[in-house]
Every structure is written in C-alpha cells, then in structure tokens.
Design a protein around this ligand. Structure first.
Ligand SMILES: Cc1cc2nc3c(=O)[nH]c(=O)nc-3n(C[C@H](O)[C@H](O)[C@H](O)COP(=O)(O)O)c2cc1C
Length: 168
C-alpha cells in the first residue's frame, strides 16, 4: 500500500484521538502521516495518493472550523488519481437531527466524489437525520465518542481492514 496522508480538524481533540487510533490500526508496516489541518498546506496533501480526511460536526451542516477554512483549497488536488476515505465524529443523543453533519458536508463539498472509498453501514447508530447518509450508507466511518466510546476501537479496526483493500 502507498503511504497515507491523514488530515483532520479537531476542536477539543476527539477527532485527533481517533486519527491516532486509525494510524495504530494500520500497523507498523504501513506509513501513515498525520496532519492537523490548522498547521498544514494543500501542497502537503498533494504528496499522497491515499488520503484520509476527518472532521467533527458543529451544528446543522457545519464542518469543524479548520475544514471551513481549508475546503476551498481542495480543487487544487487531482482526486481522479487518488483514493480518499472520510471519517466523522458526532453526538447522536444531543444532535440526532444533524448527526455527523460535518462529515456529510465535507463529502458534499468534495470537488470529485469518485475517489471516495470507505463507505460505512448506518446500522448500530440511533439518530433521526444525518447529512452523512447517502444511498443507505454513511459516506465514511462514523464515531460517537460521547455515547458509543466502547465501540470505537472495533469500528476503527474494521474500517481500516476495509481501507487496506480499497486503497492503492
Ligand atoms: C456547540 C456544539 C455543536 C455540535 N453540533 C453537533 C451536530 O450538529 N451533530 C453532531 O453529530 N455532533 C455535534 N457536536 C458534537 C461534536 O461533533 C463532538 O463533540 C465531537 O466529538 C468533537 O470532536 P473534536 O473535539 O475533534 O472537535 C456538537 C458539539 C458542540 C459543543
């Protein structure tokens, strides 16, 4: 597998923590480089054929702030030659009508969606509506550290096993 560039935006460090878990789940033989969006550039992103983007959710349809600032750089990246997997954090009990909307908005605003891999089942979550749901699946891994923390490691492990098959 080619090296992976993982780019995340995180306000209270929860998405950052999950980014570290994802890196660990790939194992020592894989090269996974992690970047906090607020300290990186689109030039760094362009160095990777395999990309992972992570965001938390902030209100109806809002991505984490650093993604709001970074998103307009994405058209500079040629996604037709890359694979891209997304993950999102949210809180299904406090925000059941906008659950992981940040993930959904990130997907919507991608200039090229055919690069996306790592779709994830909606089963096992309890919510009314999510912008991140498309054709009966989530557009990426969904993590709720507030109410399903005990499932995070298992979910990360299963998703990474899927990505190992879908990445180049
Ligand atoms: C003001 C506020 C608004 C939020 N809005 C949503 C939301 O609409 N949907 C959701 O699923 N989670 C929402 N959350 C939960 C966060 O996405 C969640 O706490 C996440 O784990 C934070 O990750 P971070 O520390 O990496 O930014 C909200 C949290 C706060 C404090």
């Amino acid at each position: 597998m080619e090296p992976v560039g993982l780019f995340y935006g995180s306000t209270y460090g929860m998405t950052e923590k999950v980014a570290d878990k994802i890196k660990k789940a790939f194992g020592k033989s894989a090269k996974i480089d992690i970047f906090n969006l607020k300290d990186t550039s689109v030039e760094e992103m362009k160095k990777y054929t395999n990309l992972i983007f992570g965001t938390s959710a902030w209100g109806i349809g809002e991505m984490q702030d650093d993604w709001e600032r970074f998103i307009d750089n994405l058209p500079e990246v040629d996604f037709s030659t890359r694979k891209l997997a997304l993950f999102g954090l949210g809180d299904q009990k406090e925000y059941p009508e906008s659950f992981v909307d940040g993930l959904g908005t990130l997907y919507c605003r991608l200039p090229e969606k055919s690069a996306v891999v790592g779709y994830w089942p909606v089963e096992g979550y309890d919510y009314y509506f999510s912008l991140a749901e498309k054709d009966g699946k989530f557009v990426g891994l969904v993590i709720d550290e507030h109410h399903q923390k005990d499932l995070t490691d298992k979910r990360v492990k299963a998703w990474v096993a899927q990505l190992k098959k879908e990445f180049v």
